[in-house]
Design a binder for this molecule. Sequence first.
Ligand SMILES: [Zn+2]
Length: 239
Amino acid sequence: MKEQLLLLIGLQECDSQLVKLAAKKTRLPEEIQAMENDFQAYRESIEQNKQKQEDLKARRAEYEAAIKKIGDGMIKTKERLLEVKNNKEYQAMLKEIETAEKTLGEMETRIIALMEDMDKLSVLVKQDDAVLAQETRKHEQEKKIIEDDLSAVDADTACWTEKRAELQKQIPADLLNRYERIKKRNNGVGVISVWKAVCSGCHMNIPPQLYNELQRSNELLSCPNCNRIMYFKNQEKAE
Ligand SMILES: [Zn+2]
């Protein structure tokens, strides 16, 4: 094939790869962020039982503090009982103690109920933890694949940029300008393959005479429809 055309085809390959890499550089961090958001939502949903467990623990601590306070109050009341001088006061204090004991009994009943709920919850939390650990591993693995892909982007970009610079040096300025101009107008593709008289860029038919010329001539020919520089490529032959 004509040397200049080969250089342009190489340049086009570099440009197409660089466009793809730039898109990846934008897309992959977004993918990672979306994965993180999904996983965070999942974690919150699976940790609901754990949250309930924490709430119950806090309530139990509250009840226990209240019980202690009532107990301390009762000790003081009983001490004062010994110093009481009249019967009316004595009866009032007995009533006070009776009420406090009743409250204590209720609180203890509530704590027992709480502890039963906590036992049931801890079974669920254990199951949830196992599932979460498994899902976390899976999530980390999936994330690492994308992160590795992303970290390869910079190296690949440098590689294709260098390759492009090498090719560009060998292409005459006017031809390079022509390529850049056509590329700009055609979604980043300035050089296109033609097979069976069809342009792979715009999918229009190439007139038979031009198609014949393309296969024989040494001229750089353009697609009459999209204006891209054409080259003949047998798509059925393995590369
Ligand atoms: Zn075309």
